[in-house]
Design a protein around this ligand. Structure first.
Ligand code: Z5A
Length: 212
C-alpha cells in the first residue's frame, strides 16, 4: 500500500456483517506497514457525535424519521470537521466504520422505503454538508439474516437492531442501490469468507487502485 497517499476508507454493510472484525485486521496491517492512521466510526467519532450516537441508538429515545436523518448529518458534520479532515491533512489514513452509504441504506431505504424524493433530500444533504467523500468504500455483502444471527449472539438490541427483518432487507436494498450507482468508489466484498480473506481482498483492491 502506498504510504504516501493518505486515504479515507469507509466500511459498510448491514448489521453484524463483520465490519469491526475486518477493521481490526485491516488496521493491524496498516500498523505493520508503518502507515499512520486513525480508526473512527459513525454515528460518532467526535465528542459531540458520540453524544448524538448515544441518543440515536438508545431504545429510550423517541425520534421520528426526519429527525433521525438530521441528527445523523449533525453528527457527521462535527465528525468530518473535527476528526476526519484534520487527520487527512496530517497525512494519516482514516478508516471509518460506516459513513454516507449507511444513511442512504438505513434512512433512505430502511426508514423511507427508497422513496425517490427522500433519497433526493439525502443526496442534497450529502452534496451540501459532506465536504469529503471516502476514496474507497468496502461494502461487506451478506444476507441480512446471517448478519442478524451473527450479531444476535451478543448483548441487548439497540434502537436499530430492534427493527424487524423487513427493515434490514430494505436496508440491504439500499446498499445494493449505492453499489450500483457508485461502483467506482464502492468495492463489494463477499462477507461470508473468513476475516483474513476479507482483509486480503481489501488490501488487494487498494493496491490495484494505487496502480491504476
Ligand atoms: N446508522 C444509520 O442508521 N445511519 C447512518 O448514517 C449511520 C449509522 C452512520 C450503529 O452502527 C447503527 O447506526 C447501525 C446503523 C445506524 N445499526 N444497525 N444495525 P454500528 O456499526 O455500531 O452497529 P452494527 O452495524 O450493528 O455493527 P455490529 O453489530 O458491531 O456489526 P459488525 O461490526 O459489522 O460485525 P462484527 O462485530 O465484526 O461481527 C459480528 C459477529 O460476527 C461477531 O461475533 C464476529 O466474531 C462474527 N464475525 C465477524 N466476521 C466474521 C466472518 N467473516 N465470518 C464469520 N463470523 C464473523
Amino acid at each position: 500500500m502506498n504510504i504516501l497517499s493518505p486515504k479515507f476508507i469507509s466500511i459498510e454493510g448491514t448489521e453484524g456483517v463483520g465490519k469491526t472484525t475486518a477493521i481490526d485486521g485491516f488496521c493491524q496491517k496498516l500498523s505493520s506497514q508503518g502507515i499512520a492512521h486513525i480508526r473512527t466510526r459513525e454515528p460518532g467519532g467526535s465528542k459531540l457525535a458520540e453524544c448524538l450516537r448515544e441518543i440515536l441508538l438508545s431504545n429510550k429515545s423517541d425520534i421520528d424519521d426526519d429527525t433521525e436523518l438530521l441528527l445523523m448529518f449533525a453528527a457527521r458534520s462535527d465528525h468530518v470537521h473535527k476528526v476526519i479532515l484534520p487527520a487527512l491533512a496530517d497525512g494519516k489514513w482514516v478508516v471509518c466504520d460506516r459513513f454516507i452509504d449507511s444513511t442512504v441504506a438505513y434512512q433512505g431505504f430502511g426508514r423511507y422505503g427508497g422513496n425517490p424524493s427522500k433519497l433526493a433530500k439525502i443526496q442534497y444533504l450529502i452534496d451540501g454538508f459532506v465536504p469529503r467523500l471516502p476514496d474507497v468504500t468496502f461494502w461487506l455483502d451478506l444476507d441480512p439474516v446471517i448478519g442478524i444471527q451473527r450479531a444476535g449472539k451478543r448483548s441487548v438490541a439497540d434502537r436499530f437492531e430492534s427493527n424487524d427483518s423487513s427493515f434490514f432487507y430494505r436496508t440491504y436494498q439500499g446498499f445494493i442501490h449505492q453499489h450500483q450507482h457508485h461502483a467506482h468508489r464502492i468495492h463489494r466484498i463477499h462477507a461470508n469468507q473468513s476475516p483474513n480473506d476479507i482483509v486480503s481482498d481489501m488490501i488487494r483492491h487498494i493496491n490495484q487502485t494505487d496502480k491504476s
